[in-house]
Design a protein around this ligand. Structure first.
Ligand code: GLN
Length: 609
């Protein structure tokens, strides 16, 4: 096993995660099998208890691990399936050491950071790196390890010490250190400044780690004399200094690395020159160019808790993007704060109310993502009602499905007090209830987490067709509440179809309104398994329905899981597509303003993390 460690210097938010995943992409394109480990030096044992509005979304793995969103980047970029142990935190390491101490495994010794914590870190890395994550047997060739935080953070010290020992332990030729740093440009002189990088490399060396490669974030390409200066002061070969300049979308990053021969530098350090082939990244190149060239917008209103931190719904946003690119449209996400849709806001903040409803009504499709707690629930119910009554495509994820069920009960079945016991434990019409898989009395760890199987109940429904007429699908879950199985027959007679259920038939997984152009709710989170080039089926359904392509898509299922090959001229200009069914759908769209929060474009650092 060979290891590539990615560290970050100067400031956080440099796009270290995307850089590390992109390194993985290029190595994979060289024919190597790649896995990854993310180290988060915080004390939480996992990301499950962390607020998505502070830390970004909680990403959920097949095994039910609730992990840092960077693991989502790895899964999407490398098309792999990680395990909860691929995310190391200080809390996890300390917990394992303390458990061992309680068992008496240390035989009376004083348990210390060095060597006990540092040994535990190294053992963890070696053990997890050997787990196959790409569906093949046996360990991968290379493990990319990303160390969260910035060099010099107090919290990461035990990890730095452990990784220093580890590089020595695995020996030269098996360990490559890539340091991601910042080369700012001062407006006054317009000069690229190397000092912050020099300092951070000095810090790294002082801690016993020597960088092999410098990846420098900068607005523009690094000038040659700047590279030479960095090389001299940081003792890194000029050929091993890579520029990560601002790009228009993150799919360019692996290409940026490849064009600068970063893979050759890494392969040389890892003694893999002989076994690796020239990287093939045609698909990435096409997609990156296509994404830049798309201009015809599809507007999706995302109705949730508005926070300004778009990372709170990162995977949903990515899944929308994958589907939009497959439909050759430009994604415009309109964030609609659900509380602003509520009657109270009409009185208290009429402008916000008007703005929220304008956004909702101007959207081509509506998405209500997952969520917890009762704040903004009424606004989400109003959004689902609007979509249902006005034939606007709707996708409800987890809470978004439960909302749709409550709305249907209240408006269509006249059960005005229908509710979820999450929001009103004493409701007389509980249509969404607490259904733990394990103990009913034990409240801790009662979340239904990870991959579960959904069986289609009928073949003649949009969801089954979009999934390619399979009998079942495995998707990831993260919830406590579910549709009350006792009320299902009543709902079905009122016209709500439960087209997907679990193996017992008691848990409702997919709902649909057959007469609506696209009204789908899912108890699971399909966003976690969406990939660039392989959009998640139900997101593809939402986007296709939102831009008038759903019928064509359902008639031609070969398009379903594959991106439609695009014609891009050699200079990267997008040539408008003629659809296989012979017509190009004209859609009266307003021109795109901009993408809210600038996500689609690079952020201040040029990279969306
Ligand atoms: N709060 C709901 C539940 O626990 C939905 C959870 C979610 O949307 N992830 O069931």
């Amino acid at each position: 096993m060979k290891y590539v460690l990615v560290t970050g210097g100067v400031v956080s938010g440099l796009g270290k995660g995307v850089t590390a995943s992109s390194i993985g992409v290029v190595l994979k394109a060289c024919g190597l099998r790649v896995t990854s480990i993310k180290i988060d030096p915080y004390l939480n044992t996992d990301a499950g208890t962390m607020s998505p509005f502070e830390h970004g979304e909680v990403f959920v793995l097949d095994d039910g691990g609730e992990v840092d969103l960077d693991l989502g980047n790895y899964e999407r970029f490398l098309d792999i399936k990680l395990t909860r142990d691929n995310n190391i935190t200080t809390g996890k390491i300390y917990q394992s050491v303390i458990d061992k101490e309680r068992r008496g495994d240390y035989l009376g010794k004083t348990v210390q950071v060095v060597p006990h914590i540092t040994d535990a870190i190294q053992e963890w890395i070696e053990r997890v790196a050997a787990i196959p994550v790409d569906g093949k047997e046996g360990p991968a060739d290379v493990c990319v390890i990303e160390l969260g935080g910035t060099i010099g953070d107090i919290e990461s010290m035990p990890f730095i010490e452990a990784l220093g020992q580890f590089s020595y332990h695995v020996g030269p030729g098996n360990f490559c250190l890539v340091h991601v740093s910042l080369v700012p440009v001062l407006n006054v002189v317009g000069e690229q400044k190397t000092k912050p990088t020099q300092h951070s490399v000095r810090g790294l060396r002082g801690l016993g780690l020597t960088p092999n490669i410098l990846a420098c974030r900068s607005a523009k390409v690094l000038e040659e004399n700047i590279k030479e200066k960095l090389s001299q002061f940081c003792h890194v070969l000029a050929a091993n200094i890579i520029t990560l300049n601002d790009v228009t979308n993150i799919w360019h990053i692996p290409l940026l690395l490849m064009d600068q021969k970063a893979h050759e530098a890494i392969l040389k350090v890892l003694n893999l020159h002989g076994v690796a082939q020239q990287p093939k990244l045609e698909e990435w190149t096409d997609r990156a160019k296509l994404c830049d060239a798309l201009h015809d917008p599809v507007r999706i209103a995302m109705v949730g808790k508005y926070t300004g931190l778009s990372d709170s719904y990162l995977s949903v946003w990515k899944a929308l993007l994958h589907a939009t690119v497959a439909c050759h449209k430009k994604l415009v996400v309109e964030w609609v704060p659900s509380t602003d849709l509520e009657d109270n806001t009409a009185k208290e903040a009429p402008d916000a109310y008007k703005a929220a409803w304008n956004l909702l009504k101007g959207a081509d499709g509506i998405l209500v993502p997952g969520g917890f707690g009762d704040r903004g629930v009424q606004g989400k119910i109003l959004a689902a009602k609007y979509a249902r009554e006005n034939n606007v495509p709707y996708l409800g994820i987890c809470l978004g499905m439960q909302i749709a069920v409550i709305e249907f009960a209240r408006s269509v079945m006249n059960l005005w007090d229908a509710n979820s016991t999450e929001f009103d434990p004493d409701t007389r019409t509980p249509c969404v209830v607490f259904m733990p898989e394990g103990s009913k009395t034990h409240m801790g760890g009662t979340m239904r987490l990870g991959s579960r199987r959904t069986y289609f109940q009928v073949t003649d429904c949009k969801a089954a067709k979009l999934y390619g007429n399979v009998s079942h699908v495995d998707e990831r879950h993260r919830h406590r509440y579910e549709v009350n199985p006792d009320v299902v027959p009543e709902f079905e007679s009122a016209g709500l179809a439960f087209v997907g259920k679990d193996e017992t038939g008691k848990r409702m997984e997919i709902i649909e309104l057959p007469a609506h152009p696209y009204f789908v709710g899912v108890q699971f989170h399909p966003e976690f398994k969406s990939r660039p080039g392989q959009p998640s089926a139900l997101f593809l359904g939402l986007i296709a329905a939102s831009c008038g392509q759903l019928d064509a898509l359902l008639q031609n299922p070969s398009h379903l899981r594959k991106p439609i090959p695009e014609r891009i001229s050699s200079n990267g200009v997008f040539l408008p597509k003629v659809y296989q069914n012979g017509h190009k759908k004209g859609h009266a769209h307003k021109p795109a303003k901009s993408l809210v929060n600038g996500n689609y474009y690079s952020n201040a650092n040029g990279v969306h993390v």
